[in-house]
Write a protein that binds this ligand. Structure first.
Ligand SMILES: [Ca+2]
Ligand SMILES: [Ca+2]
Length: 423
């Protein structure tokens, strides 16, 4: 599903993308260096929220100086000043310069007063060894960043390194992190866990990208997040580029009821999503007609390489992967032990809806099950599905236990042999 809110963000973001990128790139390099010339090095001496020696005062000082590095200690810094602003005086910690937070095991808890960090356009934030928790996104859907980004809202450049974003909420999108148009987000050796989003509409429990931006998730864990509609773990926009490498996406849930809702682990809303050398396990699309327990590619370009998609389940179709038109490519990827059922329960491993293209090469499709048709792979009547050099065995379904071609379709081949259609 593409809500009006999300579409509006995409259109507005596309025009601003180039300008923001130009503004953000040189500055980001300075910020990433840990604060060079003109930076303000602030020592935080109290966990109190506000006043001399506080985290809030240090953020404000770095904003005033244009850049800075803040060093914390392994204690909990709990926000206590309610209110909404973009100057770090109250509520979330707004970053307007180039800030590095060396957490050294610190926790920053927004105590559900606001989100935790707000990276403003053109600004940059690097979080190292920080736990970000207790954030709730303020505002209304339909405004820029409104009701989005419970832990962090990123309109600039965000690097999350060896950190944890956990237990944050957003009504619209991005329970853990919301990245908006023109932003760059990297999550490295970090964990996004137990964040949630919804119900308005509720996309991207762990992380959500609106509009034209770039997200890299590397050597990280996306675990136990929940979205009311789409992308329990991660959600990529129509104009977005998202890459997930050497990471685990597991135990996430998407609850949307429509056939094009779901994507328990990851949802691609028409953009470019690449998943490589990763594991997508035990995610669920549990809405009434929820689809794509592991991944849902809604009319975009999905490439999955050297990845295990295992133990995911969906109510309607595509226990492992749901492809809804678009192009889906699996290379040296295992679809194992995924399940779909019972409404209607087609395509336990992978299901293609509509006139899309699926290519599977050098993979395995084993031990998947469907309550109705195509325990392993299910191809739509107008769809094209080309499978080569892949083991397909031990899948279960009442009709077409391993493979199923719907109706009069003629474009499902396994090593060049056409799979005959069934009504
Ligand atoms: Ca703010
Ligand atoms: Ca604020």
């Amino acid at each position: 599903m593409r809500s009006t809110t999300l579409r509006a963000g995409t259109v507005a973001g596309a025009s601003a993308f180039a300008l923001l990128l130009l503004a953000a790139t040189p500055a980001a390099a300075g910020g990433g260096s840990g604060g060079s010339g003109g930076s303000s090095g602030s020592t935080v001496t109290t966990t109190a929220d506000g006043g001399a020696g506080s985290l809030r005062a240090a953020v404000q000082a770095a904003n005033a100086a244009g850049s800075g590095t803040i060093v914390l200690s392994p204690r909990t810094y709990r926000l206590a000043l309610a209110g909404t602003d973009d100057a770090a005086a109250v509520g979330d910690l707004d970053v307007t310069g180039h800030l590095v937070v060396e957490g050294r095991g610190a926790t920053v808890d927004a105590a559900r007063l606001d989100r935790v960090f707000d990276v403003r356009p053109g600004a940059s934030l690097t979080l190292r060894q920080v736990t970000v928790t207790g954030g709730v996104a303020p505002g209304q859907p339909g405004t820029t960043g409104g009701a989005s980004g419970g832990g962090v809202l990123n309109a600039g450049t965000l690097a999350v390194e060896r950190s944890t974003v956990t237990g944050n909420s957003a009504p619209r999108a991005g329970g853990g992190i919301e990245a908006i148009a023109g932003s760059t987000t990297t999550v490295t050796r970090s964990t996004l866990s137990h964040n949630d989003t919804g119900p308005n509409p509720g996309n991207g429990g762990g992380l959500h990208l609106t509009g034209a931006g770039t997200v890299h998730v590397d050597r990280s864990h996306v675990v136990g997040n929940t979205a009311a509609s789409e992308g329990g773990g991660l959600w990529n926009s129509a104009a977005g580029t998202m890459t997930v490498s050497s990471s685990t996406v597991s135990g996430n849930t998407a609850g949307g009821d429509a056939a094009d809702n779901g994507g328990g682990g990851l949802f691609n809303d028409g953009g470019r999503l690449t998943v490589e050398r990763s594991e997508v396990r035990d995610n669920v699309a549990d809405g009434a007609a929820g689809s794509g327990g592991g991944l849902l590619n809604d009319s975009g370009t999905l490439t999955v390489t050297r990845t295990v998609v295992d133990g995911n389940r969906a109510t309607r179709a595509g226990g492992g992967i749901e492809a809804d038109t678009g192009t889906t490519t699996l290379d040296r990827t295992a679809l194992t032990g995924n399940h779909t059922g019972a409404n209607p329960g087609n395509g336990g491993g992978l299901h293609l809806t509509g006139a899309g293209t699926v290519r599977i090469d050098r993979g395995t499709v084993t031990g998947n099950s469907a309550d109705n048709e195509g325990g392993g792979l299910w191809n739509s009547e107008p769809g094209s599905m080309t499978v080569t050099r892949t083991e397909i065995s031990g899948n279960r379904a009442p009709v077409g236990p391993d493979v199923f071609q719907d109706g009069a379709g003629t474009s499902f081949t396994v090593d060049g042999q056409r799979v005959p259609g069934e009504a």
